[in-house]
Design a binder for this molecule. Structure first.
Ligand code: S3P
Length: 444
């Protein structure tokens, strides 16, 4: 029996209950965060950067298009890219507004880079991105000397950046919230800023930017804890060959699927297990899950492994904001793991989740309730009363244009009596084109 009916092009998919365990080996697509950074740094390096296992999801295509509009030649052949970088001063004024689509990373990291360019540019995005706060990025850039204007007192896109005749000055900036997008925007501006730029974080957010800046030859130092990063103004960046590891945030959907569907065993090959991203493994282990990392290795400065997951009864636990930080994008799928655990799971300190691609706390509470899972929404988190491995009824949910809501609820559908219909299932193309085909291929 097919697990999946409907199609992404029809924007509606039904996930049927899994009658047997899931088995197989999946090579999840390349990491979204790393793919963005490879294009951005490749574009301002001197020479050709080759990227292998690039993620050709909609968000990353927004980044490619932005750089093409600034005169950078980028050859794309599926998951292979050749970026013909023109140096730190090689970007040219875009002839039109840059559309970051649904991609917060594109918009926010570009704000940092564009602040330092000797031209005028405007960034906008889709309705979801235009509702997300940008003030947190604009404030430190302005302190460095950037000239940015825009809607809602410069807190929302569209934002206009007047780069002409602007000289940025390096600064010490303690960020009010741990955010890799904020940190990276400051560091990208810092490449052009006089003197030194230092970012100090309250807790360590994902560090792909720091790792990749090192590969490209930037003068960057990170303290032992990883929360103070200092970057000197750059003269030039060297081009690199980058192989992007599989995205742990995409692997997470299959990890939880294997965990909650009885008699399952899945292996996710060549997946990025950077400790600032792999919080999902730690949290699933805390819930009693069985996860093994095999073939531990590294790709382009990032640790990788094959992740083997067996089905297991999970237990409800308490999860704090600190524990969630390295699994910040895994909130929706963690909620699904909690939904089938024994006992209640309480997630706290997750206020940032309200300003992601959608309000993920509200939408997960609504979606879980719609399919028969008991939960309580809180201001900064959620309490989920798990079924202890029992199937739930199922029903119909809406992705709210959020790729991770669509994929999380698809996984929940496997453990229902009636299946789950997902409206707006096409959102998965933002980060994981082909997700439903892979899921369908895992039935035994
Ligand atoms: C990202 C950082 C995180 C994450 C987002 C990607 C990045 O956002 O949620 O999906 O690539 O830097 P914040 O910086 O807002 O936490």
């Amino acid at each position: 029996m097919q697990l999946i009916t409907g199609s992404v092009s029809e924007k509606r998919i039904k996930v049927e209950p899994a009658e047997n365990g899931l088995e197989g080996t999946v090579a999840v697509p390349g990491d979204k965060s790393i793919s963005h950074r490879a294009v951005m740094l490749g574009a301002i390096a001197n020479g050709t950067t080759v990227v292998t296992n690039f993620l050709p999801g909609e968000d990353n295509i927004s980044t490619i298009n932005a750089f093409r509009s600034m005169g950078i030649e980028i050859e794309q052949n599926g998951t292979e890219l050749k970026i013909h970088g023109r140096g730190l001063r090689g970007l040219t004024e875009p002839a039109d507004v840059i559309d970051a689509g649904n991609s917060g990373t594109t918009a926010r990291l570009l704000l940092g880079l564009l602040s330092a360019q000797n031209f005028f540019s405007v960034i906008t995005g889709d309705a979801s991105l235009r509702s997300r706060p940008m003030g947190r990025i604009v404030e430190p850039l302005r302190l460095m000397g950037a000239r940015i204007q825009g809607r809602d007192d410069t807190n929302r896109l569209p934002l206009a950046i007047v780069g002409k005749e602007v000289t940025l000055e390096g600064r010490y900036y303690p960020t009010p919230i741990p955010s890799a997008q904020l940190k990276s925007a400051i560091l990208f501006a810092g490449l052009y800023a006089e003197g030194e730029t230092t970012v100090k974080e309250l807790a360590k957010s994902r560090d792909h930017t720091e790792r990749m800046l090192k590969l490209f030859g930037a003068d960057i130092t990170v303290d032992e804890v990883g929360t103070t990063i200092t970057l000197k103004k750059a003269d030039r960046l060297r081009p690199c060959n980058i192989t992007v590891p599989g995205d742990i945030s995409s692997a997470a959907f299959f990890m939880v699927a294997a965990m909650i569907v009885p008699e399952s065993r899945l292996t996710l090959t060549n997946t990025g297990v950077n400790p600032t991203r792999n919080g999902i493994s730690a949290l699933l282990k805390k819930m009693g899950g069985s996860i093994k990392l095999d073939k531990q290795s590294g790709l382009s400065g990032e640790p990788t492994a094959d992740i083997a997951v067996d089905s297991n009864t999970l237990n409800g636990v308490e999860i704090s904001g600190t524990e969630l930080l390295p699994a910040i994008d895994e909130f929706p799928i963690l909620c699904v793991a909690a939904a089938f655990a024994k006992g209640s799971t309480k997630i706290t300190g997750a206020g940032e989740l309200r300003i992601k691609e959608c309000d993920r706390i509200a939408v997960m509470a609504e979606s879980l309730t719609a399919v028969g899972i008991e939960c309580e929404e809180e201001d900064e988190g959620i309490i989920i009363h798990g079924t202890g491995g029992k199937r739930v009824r199922g029903g119909r949910v809406e992705s709210h244009g959020d790729h991770r809501i669509a994929m999380a609820m698809a996984v929940a559908g496997l453990m229902t009596q009636e299946g789950i219909t997902i409206d707006g299932a096409d959102a998965v193309d933002v980060s994981f084109p082909g997700f439903f085909q892979i899921l369908n291929g895992l039935r035994v």
